[in-house]
Design a binder for this molecule. Structure first.
Ligand code: NAD
Length: 312
């Protein structure tokens, strides 16, 4: 068996740590250990989530580094090209967190439609909320536009049909034909504009890439329905936040649920007088995957990948 020095640079669930520590021939260094900062000197493997950024300098300094294992899907916090150039393998745990992210997507959508957070705030402020003047929107049988029909987008689509009896229109020019086989209820479109015009709820489930950077900007908001809700549980940068703010302020869309934004975690300094001053906005600090069930499953999956790599 090979000997490995494993640096866990972000917090992992205790189940995953227990599994890691039960492996033989591993040196495991956990978050909080002062050696974490110097992982570049002797790490053979790095376990990461989305908190830590791993750039070329880190990869270069870790001369014995063989693999970076990401608990989660989006690998935009890792310099993939540098890893490839220096022969470092990068793995992630696709598919596992889809249910949790899809649940948050629906939670944000329903909360905005029914004004849950806004009304809760008013109740806490001692206001007598007049129901007849505080009507929400029902999402029953409404249309969701799913942008990106990968693991998460597909679960969102299924939940939408099951829970809302709703229609689904989806845009994903890169998904293979097989991805649509069990999606018979889904209207597939090759035109993003068609989706934006039809959807009551526009939900983003694409990775952040050069192509998806600024995918939703002024022109896209102009095509959306005036009662549309935008959900971004994918990545900041996909939505142009200036254009979103304008669209909200001008009443061109109803609201936005953001679990991903340009500046994370979102702060009052950054968003207090802009997006957060709109009652139709809900912001959460990248908690899509943050359920006990998922953190345990995804963490163990990352450890399983490590074990597989070590077995060769
Ligand atoms: P996935 O790889 O299974 O699916 C991504 C889909 O996007 C693929 O089908 C791909 O073809 C499609 N796509 C790529 N570029 C596109 C484009 N320009 N236009 C339309 N479609 C495009 O990934 P997933 O598991 O579904 O996750 C999607 C994204 O969600 C991740 O990349 C990650 O950034 C984000 N995410 C966020 C959280 C969170 O905590 N909020 C958690 C997990 C994942």
């Amino acid at each position: 068996p090979k000997v490995a020095i494993v640096y866990v640079v972000d917090p992992y669930h205790e189940d995953a740590i227990a599994k890691l520590q039960s492996q033989r021939n591993l040196t495991v260094i956990l978050p909080g250990d002062p050696r974490i900062k110097s992982y570049h000197t002797d790490a053979t493997h790095i376990l990461v989530r989305s908190e830590t950024t791993i750039g070329e300098a880190d990869i270069l300094k870790a001369r014995n580094l063989k693999a970076i294992i990401k608990q989660g899907v989006g690998v935009d916090n890792i310099d993939l090209q540098a890893a490839r150039r220096h022969g470092v393998i990068v793995c992630n745990t696709p598919g596992i967190n889809s249910e949790s992210v899809a649940e948050l997507t629906l939670a944000l959508a329903l909360s905005i439609a029914r004004r849950v957070c806004e009304i809760d705030r008013r109740v806490r402020n001692g206001e007598k909320v007049i129901r007849s003047k505080t009507l929400g929107h029902s999402l029953f049988r409404k249309t969701i536009g799913v942008i990106g029909m990968g693991n998460i987008g597909r679960v969102v689509a299924k939940k939408w049909v099951g829970a809302m009896e709703g229609k689904v229109i989806a845009y994903d020019p890169y998904a293979p034909d097989s991805a649509w086989d069990d999606m018979k209820d889904v209207q597939r479109t090759a035109q993003l504009g068609e989706l934006l015009q039809q959807a009551d709820l526009v939900s983003l489930h694409v990775p952040l890439t050069e192509q998806t950077q600024g995918l939703i900007r002024k022109e896209e908001f102009a095509m959306m329905k005036s009662n549309a809700i935008l959900i971004n549980c994918a990545r900041g940068g996909i939505v142009d936040e200036e254009a979103l703010l304008d669209a909200l302020r001008e009443g061109r869309i109803l609201g936005a649920g953001l679990d991903a934004m340009d500046v994370e975690p979102p702060s009052l300094e950054k968003y207090g007088n802009t997006l957060l001053d709109h009652p139709g906005v809900i912001m959460t600090p990248h908690i899509g995957a943050s359920t006990i069930e998922n953190q345990s499953r995804s963490g163990i999956a990352a450890v399983d990948i490590l074990c597989k790599l070590l077995r060769g």
